[in-house]
Ligand binder design. Structure first.
Ligand SMILES: [Zn+2]
Length: 231
């Protein structure tokens, strides 16, 4: 893969959400991850860098990750985005139904292992249910040695914590499997980019989280469930 990664992490909105722009400095195409809160601001950011938005990737469909408030009326942020740019919305198939306002032809219903090519940069999709049934993380990697992979983890894995599992559609058991069988299997130097700015740092690594994140210290599902108050 060409080593022309364009990558931006931007905090946005009153709930400390992180929006990400991931694309190629060569082809100048970019995906916006979790387009919400301030679509105009996101568009200005991309335009200022001469980047064309071709994809809107959705980690999950909670309103703080896909919502926007235009003239006081709540609509989908991704819908507002599509009104301004020609992009495909990538949402896990388990949650596509929640983006009611989009036409089916605007949506790519993704599944685990799918790869999205954004102007030559490959983004791998990892289904990580638990916080929501269709939560997915995005792995950007395959670069030259010494340039670690990057994981955009939505509300599945935070720095020092994990996403809530007490909401409608949540599952503590699925969260445990997503954390241990998927995210903890990634290489230790993978850089973690969470869905919210909840910690003192804006990024961490999978290796550092394996050591210090209290939610990654359980060696059995039952111990995890007990700690989460479910057993
Ligand atoms: Zn959420």
């Amino acid at each position: 893969m060409s080593n022309s990664l364009y990558f931006k992490q931007v905090e946005i909105g009153p709930m400390s959400n992180f929006v990400y722009l991931v694309g190629s400095t060569e082809t100048r195409k970019v995906a916006v991850i979790d387009a919400a809160w301030d679509i105009e601001g996101i568009l200005r950011l991309a335009a200022a860098d001469g980047m064309e938005i071709t994809h809107a990737l959705v980690t999950h469909t909670h309103p703080d990750h896909v919502g926007s408030w235009l003239h006081g009326a709540h609509i989908e942020g991704v819908e507002e985005l599509l009104g301004k740019v020609k992009a495909k919305v990538v949402v896990h198939k388990a949650e596509a139904e929640f983006l009611k306002s989009l036409s089916p032809s605007d949506i790519i219903r993704s599944d685990s292992g799918d790869k999205i090519n954004v102007g030559g940069i490959e983004i791998q999709l990892i289904h990580t249910p638990g916080h929501t049934p269709g939560s997915q993380c995005f792995l950007v990697g395959g670069f030259s040695p010494g340039q670690p992979d990057r994981l955009i983890a939505g509300d599945t894995l935070f720095i020092g914590s994990c996403g809530r599992v007490d909401l409608p559609g949540s599952s503590a058991e699925e969260m445990y499997h997503s954390l241990t069988q998927k995210l903890m299997q990634l290489s230790d130097d993978t850089i973690l980019f969470p869905g919210h700015n909840y910690a003192a740092e804006m990024t961490s690594t999978i290796g550092a989280q394996k050591k210090s994140n209290p939610y990654l210290q359980f060696h059995s599902l039952n111990a995890f469930l007990a700690a989460m108050g479910y057993a």
